[in-house]
Write a protein that binds this ligand. Sequence first.
Ligand code: PLP
Length: 320
Amino acid sequence: MSASPFALSPSEIALDRIPSRFFARHGIILSVLRLDLTDAAISGNKWFKLMPVLEQACQEGMALLSFGGAWSNHLHALAYAGHSLGIKTIGIVRGEPEYAANAMLSDARRWGMQLEFVTRDEYRRRYDSDYHDRLRARYGAIRVIPEGGTNVAAVHSVQEIWGLPALKHAACDYMVTAVGTGGTLAGLVAGRPAGAKVLGVPVLKYGERLLQDVKLLLESTGVDQDAGWSLIPDGHLGGYARLSPELARTLVEIEQRYQLPLDPVYTVKAFMALVRHVLRGGIGRGSHVILLHTGGLQGRRGMATRLQGLTPDFVGPLAL
Ligand SMILES: *Cc1c(COP(=O)(O)O)cnc(C)c1O
């Protein structure tokens, strides 16, 4: 990590105990590992996922190109890292050029990321090597980073989360994480200490493909593909970036009660899925559960107004 100018000081990543009555009633201790505190701009799991490729790019002097949607935390983090380290970055964005004005992509452009907007059909080719050749013909010497930054090196890097000082004396029975591409999940599974299980909450509708991806990543790191992890299904609550009054209320209440800021796309869904899992009896009494705060707070800006508008519509009880 010698090249890193980032603010990550591992001692600043806290493990916060959440004084939740709901979890206490079920005999469960809940803590949150605050990866959102790594750096305001390159927060959470993206810091770990990008570190290997950033180090490589610093040595090679190559530009970095990657893919994402208009609100991609990954592209945002990559743009910021490129800006800080003097690495040229290119973002291939699914959608219309109008998106360039949104808060996330405005940051990215300000940090010097070159943006190219592509149709859904073209975006679908993001894993084709032919397509990468075409991108190379256009942009010259580039290193292509997969969507979400997920590759084997990223999975190895994510394993280091378990070595953070905050976890040193924490016996962990379950680590819970939001899942997009599955790279973070795979890294947590690969690096888990004996006895710890990892629960993944996919935030988008997923299929066999996600399971295969996670298993392939685990295979490539040499660990058992099937042991020590499972997914909590239906955590997407209708789809990626879908908001509901219940989600909005939960997010606001958690922030007020526990001074814990969550993001509406990933971390609050992981929290809500965990609550449902507890209600279904999925976690035994006496367990210590650690929710991984994977960051993403920069993405809240685009949704703040919608969240506020939805909050009063939820009148039901919340399990917090
Ligand atoms: C990208 C992201 C994830 C998902 O990580 P994957 O490794 O792609 O599964 C989870 N939470 C936040 C906040 C993210 O930005």
